[in-house]
Design a protein around this ligand. Structure first.
Ligand code: AMP
Length: 114
């Protein structure tokens, strides 16, 4: 847990969030400002700043993160029509929350500029 990390606050239950799935050290919750009809964030409970710090997760956590993310999309009914998974790192990536998170977006035809 990192001090002053918003998403660590969600993991700890100190910051309210609409959690949709929690399992194997991963949490999924609704983005507070959705950019698509379905916009869920997937995070590891263990704090790493971004994908650039993924070595800070165990091999098991890294594998679980992928399967967990696919399960979130499936549970939201996105597999038949499609979805997008993205993560941002650093200033050029416009990362605003410095705890690794994956945006799972779908439910409409996504823009090619999103
Ligand atoms: P990024 O710009 O990739 O770092 O994405 C951060 C995302 O976190 C944005 O899509 C925000 O809307 C979202 N966000 C910020 N604060 C919260 C919060 N308290 N609960 C849920 N999502 C949040």
């Amino acid at each position: 847990m990192a001090d002053d990390c918003l998403f660590c606050g969600i993991v700890a239950g100190d910051v309210p969030a609409k959690v949709v799935r929690r399992e194997n050290g991963m949490v999924a919750f609704h983005d507070i400002a959705p950019k698509a009809p379905v916009h869920v964030l997937v995070i590891p409970e263990r704090h790493v700043d971004s994908l650039a710090g993924v070595e800070g997760l165990t091999p098991g956590e890294r594998a679980d993160m992928l399967a967990f993310t696919a399960a979130v999309a499936r549970e939201h009914g996105l597999e038949p029509t499609g979805y997008r998974v993205t993560t941002n790192h650093g200033a050029d990536g416009l990362q605003s929350v410095h705890h690794l998170h994956w945006h799972v977006m779908g439910g409409t035809r996504l823009s090619d500029t999103m």
